[in-house]
Unconditional design. Sequence first.
Length: 459
Amino acid sequence: MIRFTAILLFLTSWVHAEPVSPALPLPIDSLWQSDLFRQTVTGSFGIDSRIEPRITVDEEFYLDEAAKKMADKDRKGAIKLIAECSLLAESPALLFSLATFEFEAADLDSAVIHFEKALKKFPNFRDAHRNLAIVLVQQEKYQDAVEHLARAMELGSRESLTLGLLGYCHAVQNHHQAALDAYRLAALTQPAQRQWKMGEAQALQALKRPRQASSIFQQLIDDQPDDLVLWLRQADSLIVLQQPQDAMVNLELAHRAGGLSAEATLSLGHLYLQNGLPELALQRYLLALNQPEPATLSRMVEVVELMSNVGQWEDASIFSKHLAKHDFFRKQLAAAQTDNKVRSRFFRQQALIELRTGDIKVGEKLISDWLIKEPMDGQALILLARFKEDGGAREQAEMLLERAQGLPESAAAAHRAHGKLLVNVAEYEKAVEHLEKSQALKPSETLSDYLQAVKELVD
């Protein structure tokens, strides 16, 4: 009698002659096309009646006929032959074979049904547990996959595909220590499979062990320096390790190779900005702005905020003007469905830039026009109060701050701004009242020190 695993090995060798892309692409997508995957899924292991059903002569006949159809590249015919076989309902071997063919044809739902039926007939069918788990991973049903992978391991499965997929399932569920343990075992079993080392490094990053993660990424980079993903992943660890120069090198190399997304290009810009290279930062920010797949509007507004926070007002002005004129973002800024908090952040930054570098009246008008549309924007009210105060209109400034104090989201900031306004005109007792209210609403060590200093002026 021909062994069941030998027949399946023959059948699936023809299946892989015409690879079918998985239904759902995953970060481990390349694995599905690897030799490791092909060899493992075919079930090329020794027969063991505890974990594999023995096949009858009749079952062997249908498997052999299906193999012939696969030899003729007739996958549909092979599926039809087994699906219509009168023995199917009672044969775990045929159910497993049909499920495997359906999996190869990307008919994942049917594959799950038939793998489950095979397991109902033969609960200890190790390869069925593992192959069902593979399908469930592709369907993003990770906890269900974990249960079948664990059962396959209980039944003796120790090959790297089972261990590595277990690591992946744990990783996407944020069970990072379990993921690390599984990936390390997979890497020991199959040290040449880079996917498991990558998983190990990512688990180490998630566990806040960046030095070990960076070391593994470096090993992978040494083996395959043209893989830009490795450079980017290592850059994350280098940033955490406070090695910005090395992180910038990684990101810049990826940028020059054309491998940086808009988000990653922004991150490179942030590194340049934080390390005293504002000109390079602006260049990268503008490149990110004009990439085919831009980052979110919120991330772009964040760029203006960061440049403003470090006093790069001219650069902030240049970037904000480009942002406002960019067709994609201009439409978002004008669209009613865009998050008003993001739009408010942008218009406030434009006004601040005018306050610092341009025409104060222009900045005041920008924020006033915005408040006509959004009169309950507390942060905008506080900013307009600042314009009024700088222009000598104290009463108008205080009225605006009182309006902002009545809004829960801006109350603490409004009381703080009101307190500082009163300190500027030497009305310390009133200032203390507002500063204490701000501290009660949003405690801050800095504000506490400032409040104590003002109290000393009262005394």
